[in-house]
Design a protein around this ligand. Structure first.
Ligand code: ATP
Ligand code: MG
Length: 262
């Protein structure tokens, strides 16, 4: 049976959809069978981030309202046999869809997958509760800014009432150069402030923008950080990618200077 993990956040735009897509790819690289489910109704874009928007014929509301079978709505990632997407509907926010509707679909699909990653809308309203109600575990995406950390704290409090198997943190858009110069809050300090396990620390990289809709190149720090995140998710570990490795020592300080001047 699949482990169902909701990817959530308090603040919007912190990278939930990006994390869902790339964690899904990284888990599938480890040989896991993965389904990505978009439940950000009306504002869905997981299909676009996956580069699969042209392949979506049916979405989750078509399944719920009986216009197609569940398997007809699954879109296979072109490059990977073990990675699928179940898209959400584009046509406005659909408040008629309940957590129970989604739960039934996931129960049906669960035997065919090892992981189901649920891309949740931001905030704590109906969309959040609908997504979390279906999940076994949660990953809270947070960026190293005080407003995002504060909102993550509220989300973690809300998640506690769901008695999930685990709630982990993903720190996204980490800048190793700014951490070394003391201008960005450290990953460890975020862990202490939110009192939660960190499953991943992902670098801020232009490659996220440049490879939009495609897999990350293997040589990038983002690829390496997502690989570690996927291994943590699979093995229940908390190994953290060191985003500062390029910026320590003599040459590191030169790199910091160059990055600051760009
Ligand atoms: N590590 C990163 N480095 C650089 N850019 C990033 C990174 N993570 C995400 N982004 C960029 O941030 C933007 C927002 O990301 P995304 O859409 O995944 O956020 P979201 O939390 O899903 O937003 P929403 O709350 O609207 O659903 C995108 O343009 C994405 O490419
Ligand atoms: Mg999103």
């Amino acid at each position: 049976m699949a482990k169902k993990i909701v990817i959530t956040s308090g603040k919007g735009g912190v990278g939930k959809t990006t994390v869902t897509a790339n964690l899904g790819r990284a888990l599938s690289n480890l040989g896991e069978r993965v389904l990505l489910l978009d439940v950000d109704f009306g504002l869905n874009n997981l299909d676009v981030v996956m580069g699969l928007d042209g392949n979506v014929l049916y979405d989750i509301s078509d399944v719920i309202e009986g216009r197609c079978r569940i398997k007809q709505a699954l879109v296979q990632d072109g490059a990977k046999r073990n990675l699928f997407l179940l898209s959400s509907n584009n046509c406005g926010i659909n408040n008629n869809i309940s957590g129970q509707n989604i739960k039934l679909i996931l129960e049906n699909l669960s035997p065919n997958f090892d992981y189901i990653l649920i891309d949740c809308p931001a905030g704590i309203d109906i969309g959040f509760h609908r997504a979390v109600a279906c999940a076994d575990e949660a990953l809270v995406v947070v960026t190293p800014s005080l407003s995002s950390i504060r909102d993550a704290d509220k989300i973690i409090t809300a998640l506690n009432s769901y008695c999930l198997d685990s709630v982990g943190l993903i720190i996204n858009r980490v800048r190793g150069d700014l951490i070394m110069s003391g201008d960005m809050i450290k990953v460890d300090d975020i862990k202490k402030m939110l009192n939660a396990d960190i499953r991943g620390a992902l670098p801020e990289e232009d490659v996220m923008f440049l490879t939009f809709g495609q897999s990350l190149p293997k040589s990038t720090d983002s690829f390496k950080a997502y690989k570690i995140l996927a291994e943590n998710v699979k093995n229940g570990k908390n190994k953290i990618f060191d985003n500062t490795y390029k910026y320590s020592g003599f040459f590191g300080s030169i790199r910091r200077g160059i990055k600051k001047s760009v």
